[in-house]
Design a protein around this ligand. Sequence first.
Ligand SMILES: *Cc1c(COP(=O)(O)O)cnc(C)c1O
Length: 381
Amino acid sequence: MSHLFPNYARDSIDLVDGSGSYVYDQQGNRYLDFMSGIAVSNLGHKHPVVTKALADQADKIWHSSNLYSSNLQESLAEKLTAEKDYLAFFCNSGTEANEAAIKLARKATGRPNILSFEQSFHGRTYGALSATGQPALQEGFFPIVEGFNYLPYNQLEPLKEHLNENVAAVMLEVIQGEGGIVPAEEKWLQAVERLCKENGSLLIIDEIQTGLGRTGTFFAFEQYQIEPDIITIAKALANGIPVGAMLGKATLGTAFGPGSHGTTFGGNNLAMNVANAVVSEIGQPNFLNSVVEKGNFLMEALCSMKEHSSKVLDIRGKGLMVGIELDTPETLQWAIQELKKQNLLAIKAGKNVLRLLPPLTISQEELADGITIIHSVLNQS
Ligand SMILES: *Cc1c(COP(=O)(O)O)cnc(C)c1O
C-alpha cells in the first residue's frame, strides 16, 4: 500500500538511474528518454559538467541566506540577462517564479487585474493557479485569487475588449505546454506586446517549459522579436536541482524594495552553481544551432509519418518541444503504453497530444532510434 497522497496518476516504473538520453528502472530496463522529466533534464542525465558543478559546491557551502551577498546569484543573473536591462529574482520552482511575477506586476503598476489565456498552465500555488486557464485544475479549491480573467489564445478581439486601466499584466506561454503544445502565432504575439505597451500593462512571458534552449533559442520569445517586461523560468534551469527565476525590466526594480518579497531557499548555493554550469553549457557555440537542426530533423520525420497514419491529426512545436495530436484520448493512452513497451518514454499534453521533449543533448542517432519507435507504434492499425 502506498503512503503517498494519490494526487499523481503514476506509472508503475521507478526510474533509479540515468545516463545521457537513457534512463533505467529498478529492474534494469533501459528507456530512451523523450520526456526529460517534463522538460527538466535538458542536458540529459549525469552530464559531466553539471554533475561536477553539484559535487564542487557540495564540498563548499550549500546554503548561506539572502541576508548576505551572493556572487553565484550575481553571475547567474548576469548570464541570464545577457547585457539587457533586466534584474533577476531567484526562487525554487516555476509556480514561485510566477507568484513573484504576479506580485511584481501588481505592485509596479498599482493595478489589480491579470489577463491570461484558456488552456494555459502557470502552476499550482494560489496565484499561479488563479492565472491558469483550466477550470478542472481549480475545481474544489475556491475561493481562488481575485482579479484573473482567461481569454481565447491566439485571438486579438477578446484581448482588446478586456485591456483597460485596471490590467496590471497579460501573462502567457509562447508555446502552451501542458495545454497541448500550442504555439503562439507571430502576428498575434507582436500585437499583444503592442497593445500592452499602449495600455500601460506589463507583458509576462512564462518560459518555464519553453526556456533554456528547448525551442532552439535560449528563450522561445526571441523567435517573435518581442521584449517582455517579465520572464519566468524554472524547470531546466538547474537540470533537476529545484530552482526558478523571475527576470524583470530594471525599471521595475523600485517596486521590489528590501523586504517586499523573499524566500529562504531561493538562490541557494547548490542550485546557483549548477544553474551557472547549465546556462554556460547552453551558451556554448553551436549548442542552440544543434537544437534547431535536431528539431528540424524530428519535425520532418514526424510530418512524413502524418501522411501515413490515420491516428495523427496534427504535429506542432518548435525545436525539441513537439506535440503529436492524436485522434482520441484513448489512442494517446494506448500510444504512451506501446512506446513504453518499446522502451521509449513520452508523455501527454492536453487531452490527446503526445508530447515529445527529448534531452537537448540527444544524438542524431538516438533521435533517429526514437523516431523509428514512434513510427512503428503510430503506424500500427
Ligand atoms: C511546469 C510549469 C509551471 C510550474 O512549474 P513548477 O515548477 O511545477 O511549479 C509553470 N508554467 C509552465 C509553462 C510550466 O510548464
